[in-house]
Every structure is written in C-alpha cells, then in structure tokens.
Design a protein around this ligand. Sequence first.
Ligand SMILES: [Zn+2]
Length: 146
Amino acid sequence: MSRQGSRDTAPEVAVRRLLHASGLRYRVNVPVPGMPRRTIDIVFSKAKIAIFLDGCFWHGCPKHATQPKANAEWWRAKLDKNMARDLETTEHLTTAGWTVLRFWEHESAANVAHCISESVASKRPTPPRPPSGPGLTEGGNSGNQS
Ligand SMILES: [Zn+2]
C-alpha cells in the first residue's frame, strides 16, 4: 500500500501523460498557496485550476473505502481527519478564486484527463459574448389599420 502523500502514483502518472499528450502544460506537486504543507497534485496556474487525485483508501472513496478492523477507532479518526482536511483545502482554494477538481484514483485516466482539459479550455480567456435574450424584438404592432 502506498503511504500517504506519496508522489507520482500510477493513476496520477497516467493522467499526466494524457494531459501532456494533448498539449497541456501544468505543474505538479505544487504547495497550496497559504498552506505550504499541503500540495496540489496538478496545477494550471494561469487558469487557476487545482487538481487532486485522491487515493481511495486515504481519502475515503465511497466505493472502495475500507475500514481496518484493528485499531478501528484510530483509523476512523485518522481518515475522518484526512477528509476534513481535503474539504478545508478545497474551500481555501475556492475562496482564493481557484477552481478545484477532485478525482478518485479508481477513475479512468482517460476520463479524468478529459474532464481536466474541458475545464482548462473553458477557462481560457475568450472575448465576452454580447448579451442575448428576450426583449429585443422590435415592432410587432405595425398592423394595417383602416
Ligand atoms: Zn475508489
């Protein structure tokens, strides 16, 4: 089993490879701004997108989280703390204007990479669209009157 905070897990490497192949450039293992002891797995700093690939065990994946029998209470507390910390990190970044994407390590790398590139694309600066909506119809009452 990989230890907590281990770097470059297999799913992470697979996702990174796909992102790189699709031409995206990013940084990895970047300290969370204002929380230097925590790290973001993949960062698009210009777009302010932070990506976390969470291990199923350590982060309490609803599908695969297991409850160790020995020292059950200690583990429960430990894992609860991890999850609370994840939430806190997400909120911290969101408040600072970041987009936070979290994925489970069991998710397919292709899917994850796809979601990430969509998100990055949507963050690219685009010229503002003119407002469209109802209320711009003209005339309408110019019927013939006799
Ligand atoms: Zn899982």
